[in-house]
Design a protein around this ligand. Structure first.
Ligand code: UDP
Length: 408
């Protein structure tokens, strides 16, 4: 069925663009003496095929790939076509990716555009191969078309990003997890924070919160808003490192290092316990040293700190929402024994199953916030409907000011 879709689609597209292709073929022939540039790629069932590009450096080289689709070497949606030498480094589990045709648009490429390509490429390829369907392919094509808006020319990715005087680390998910594991046994506690546009809007007017972020051991970029903000500032975000994507990967890493443990503090009664149960079922070696709900009296702060410290936990996750969690952590940083402490917002609500997280396709489009808005419109409308444009306005102003500074 997906092949039939490809055939119909490629015939329609070819009917529309054949004059352009003819011109492009002629241009290549005039410039290079031959129409096509051919490169060997690994196709379905690991058969080799020649991937076509029009020769010469004029735009439209890739149009020739439509002929590959017509021939059946390539699909519109599918894993990225690999060069033979790339196959040598693939693990055995990746084999299933070759049960489908390679494609022009892969799920991994879509995730790259929104900065959520945290796993190795073959994992999303295998997922695609196992679940390929007509509906899935159409959805991937639409996502591919939508994210092409987010791409554009490549920009430098500096190690630090600056938003309104707050420095954010521009890093990868793997490095962020290594940093936590390395810091887990250090003292005093290192404060890590995730910031999204809402947090930066709050920090703009909340001096204490801003100062905490400015003095935190590390601040990580959370969400599509930061990605767009980076584009406005002429930089690029390496990865969207939000707590919700980081948490299961951190648990997987701790599963391999059972000498390190977690403490989960926050959310309504029973929620953190449920998260602990769910994660321990997924990762049997994971050690959760303790949990505590987040609706206790401030008079009990010291008692809660005592529980955290005596649990021996190395990493503390606090889910009170921003900025409350960061204010609490900064206040007690000196007394807390875990090596790394971090605020994680509504994360426990997702991993307990209390609130469903946005479906993957919405996250790939950078639209997770619309899901949250629909779930809790009364609480979230101000954050997103007013907050998002306000954030973009402030970033634009920062971009203008730094451009003016450069030309002075
Ligand atoms: N919360 C808490 N104690 C409080 C207020 C809030 O534990 O006094 C919890 C709340 O139950 C929720 C989380 O803090 O689990 C805040 O979630 P929200 O979605 O607002 O956080 P965000 O990710 O937006 O910062």
């Amino acid at each position: 069925m997906p092949r039939l879709l490809d055939l119909v689609l490629v015939v329609v597209v070819l009917l529309a663009v054949w004059p352009l292709m003819l011109l492009r073929a002629l241009a290549g022939r005039l410039q290079k003496g031959h129409v096509f540039q051919r490169e060997i790629r690994v196709g379905r069932f690991r058969t080799l095929y020649e991937q076509l590009h029009f020769s010469g450096d004029w735009p439209g080289r890739g149009l020739a790939q439509l002929l590959n689709i017509l021939r059946g070497d390539l699909a519109f949606a599918g894993p990225r076509p690999l060069r033979p030498e790339e196959c040598a480094t693939l693990p055995a589990e990746a084999q299933a990716r070759f049960s489908v045709r390679p494609g022009l648009i892969s799920a991994h490429r879509v995730r790259q555009a929104t900065g959520i390509d945290h796993d190795q490429e073959y994992i999303s390829d295998v997922e695609f191969a196992y679940s390929e369907s007509l509906k899935g392919n159409v959805s991937l094509l639409l996502r591919g078309a939508a994210i092409s808006v987010l791409k554009g020319r490549s920009r430098p990715a500096p190690p630090e990003l600056d938003f309104f005087g707050i420095s954010i680390v521009n890093t990868t998910m793997d490095e962020a997890i290594d940093w936590i594991l390395q810091g887990a046994t250090t003292s005093p506690a290192q404060l890590m924070a995730f910031v999204n546009p809402d947090c930066l809007n709050i920090a703009y007017r909340h001096d204490e919160y801003r100062s905490i972020l400015q003095h935190a051991s590390r601040v990580l970029p959370d969400g599509i808003g930061i990605h767009i903000g980076c584009r406005i500032l002429g930089t690029s975000l390496r990865a969207n490192i939000n707590g919700t994507d980081l948490f299961p990967r951190l648990c997987a890493a701790l599963n391999e290092q059972p000498e390190l443990s977690l403490f989960l503090l926050g959310a309504q009664a029973g929620v953190a316990d449920q998260v602990a149960q769910n994660m321990q079922a997924r990762f049997p070696q994971l050690r959760i040293a303790g949990t505590q709900h987040g609706y206790f009296d401030p008079e009990d702060d010291l008692r809660v700190i005592e529980r955290i410290n005596s649990s021996g936990a190395n990493i503390l996750l606090v889910a009170f929402g921003a900025p409350r969690q960061e204010l609490w952590l900064a206040k007690y940083r000196e007394q807390l024994r875990p090596g790394v402490v971090m605020g994680v917002g509504g994360l426990f609500d997702f991993y307990s199953g209390r609130i469903p997280r946005a479906p993957q396709w919405l996250r790939e489009l950078g639209l997770e916030w619309t899901w949250r808005l629909l779930q809790e419109p009364k609480r979230m409308w101000r954050r997103y409907v007013i907050g998002n444009p306000l954030f973009l306005f402030r970033v634009l102003r920062q971009a203008r000011q730094s451009a003016a500074g450069r030309f002075e």
